[in-house]
Design a binder for this molecule. Structure first.
Ligand code: MN
Ligand code: MN
Length: 460
């Protein structure tokens, strides 16, 4: 009977029960590099910059107009406005046969400074913020914060701002109410306890010498002017992001997990980046996308709905076929994280179909919410293909869906790829406390996602 069960039942195994010592060593090597990348990439611009540096070192060169069609083995990249990155390695087969596309995003939930952010109240100076993406507001108070971003000046030049990263730098905080006086706050619903307009970053407290009002505000502006040459009006054309200052760390006494900000979705972005950097002469052209704006619906010129992607593909194709013909024969892995089953909150998941930590890369046939609304729902044939591909490559994987049917849900870039007539499926790393300032993943799942991405690029 046990034999029959083995044959007929779908049985999943913990990844640690199937890996040998060599693979465990490879896992540690991979995760060390991922941790370094994540620690450096606090914003989408920084994620792109760090990725370009790695790509250049691996022999990738900027794609120039008139470069196409891409040649077998040729390695190119294109940066879209500093916030999104597209890379490709030319395949042996023509572009008309389609590409293997992997699409992740490098934007993450955060607090953006408002365009007129600075004010003074009770001789303390603050910066007003407007949150970006889905956050639980209470998680952003009373934690160390950094300020990263770019100020675009009227003369056309830009100034990069990073405050709080360097050991010698100061950091910032959004204060919260002491429990002693939080009677009213604690009676509020969790989502209403901290108002969006109260997410103001404390930036300074020393008044500028002399008489008059707004002296702390003036002193803050004076320090920013000394450091970056900017004035208050320059905030108007700035993209400054308040991000958590926590360093990325190994978690657990067994060091089996990784804690850090922005793992949704830089964990998958790094997996597909590492995979394409190691891809030589693939059968079909390999395309790696690090998109922006996913957390706010993939809108905007740097989001996945932008035709910047078509323009990139057009140049790879170089007139050998239509972009649409290439799309129609392509295959896309929408590489995005999924929710891991959290035993502390097991009631929101349906255990049999939830992703578990250490069970490998999670495939989602569909995302969306309440009746698959907003999902691209991958073809069964495509799911079968991915099963075969990963089994043949020794990838530990699991099938999963995000939460109970009626509980809620989420989306990825998958539907925007599918709209282009590209066969698309979601696959990525299960995450605990997704969208929190400090997210948790398992090393094994990070590594297996990279292995899956590499197998897809190198498929025969
Ligand atoms: Mn995501
Ligand atoms: Mn997200």
């Amino acid at each position: 009977m046990d034999e029959l069960k083995k044959t007929l039942f779908y049985q999943q195994k913990n990844g640690y029960d199937v890996m040998d010592a060599a693979e465990r060593a490879a896992l540690e090597d991979y995760c060390r590099d991922y941790i370094a990348y994540l620690d450096e990439a606090r914003t989408e611009r920084e994620a792109v910059r760090a990725a370009v540096r790695l790509a250049e070192a691996a022999g990738f060169r900027p794609l120039e107009d008139g470069d196409g069609p891409i040649k077998p083995g040729q390695k190119v990249y294109y940066v879209n406005r500093g916030k999104s990155l597209l890379l490709a390695v030319g395949g042996r087969r023509p572009m008309a046969d389609g590409c293997v596309i992997e699409a992740a995003h490098v934007d993450a939930p955060r607090l953006d400074l408002k365009q007129v952010p600075l004010y003074e109240d009770t001789e303390l100076a603050y910066l007003r913020t407007h949150y970006y993406g889905g956050i639980k507001k209470y998680q952003w108070t009373a934690i160390p914060l950094e300020l990263h971003g770019t100020v675009a000046l009227k003369d056309g030049s830009t100034v990069d701002v990073v405050i709080g990263r360097d050991e010698s730098d100061p950091q910032f905080v959004i204060t919260d109410l002491l429990p002693h006086l939080a009677k009213d706050q604690e009676n509020k619903k969790l989502g209403a306890a901290i108002e969006g307009e109260k997410l103001c970053v404390l930036i300074g407290s020393v008044p500028y010498a002399g008489e008059g009002d707004n002296r702390v505000r003036l002193a803050v502006m004076s320090l920013l002017n000394d450091r970056y040459g900017i004035t208050e009006a320059d905030f108007i054309s700035a993209e400054l992001e308040v991000v958590p200052a926590f360093p990325v760390r190994e978690l657990g006494i067994d060091r089996s997990m990784i804690g850090g900000y922005g793992q949704d979705d830089r964990v998958c972005a790094y997996a597909e980046l590492a995979a394409i950097l190691e891809t030589e002469n693939p059968e079909r052209t390999a395309v790696c996308i690090l998109a922006d704006k996913e957390e706010i619906g993939s809108e905007g010129v740097t989001g996945m709905r932008s035709r910047a992607f078509e323009y990139f593909m057009e140049r790879l194709i170089g007139g050998t076929c239509s972009v649409q013909a290439c799309f129609s024969h392509s295959f896309c892995v929408s590489a995005d994280v999924t929710a891991a089953l959290d035993p502390l909150y097991a009631e929101v998941s349906e255990k049999q179909n939830a992703a578990k930590l250490n069970y490998g890369v999670g495939f989602c046939k569909f995302t969306g919410s309440r009746g698959k609304s907003g999902a691209s729902d991958a073809q069964a044939e495509l799911v079968a293909y991915l099963r075969r591909l990963c089994d043949d490559a020794g990838v530990v994987w699991q099938m999963c869906e995000l939460g109970k049917v009626d509980q809620g849900g989420g989306g990825t870039v998958a539907m925007f790829m599918a709209q282009r007539d590209i066969d698309t499926i979601d696959a990525g790393v299960p995450v605990l406390s997704m969208h929190a300032p400090f997210e948790t993943t398992s090393k094994l799942d990070c590594y297996m996602t990279y292995k899956c991405m590499k197998a897809a690029y190198n498929a025969k």
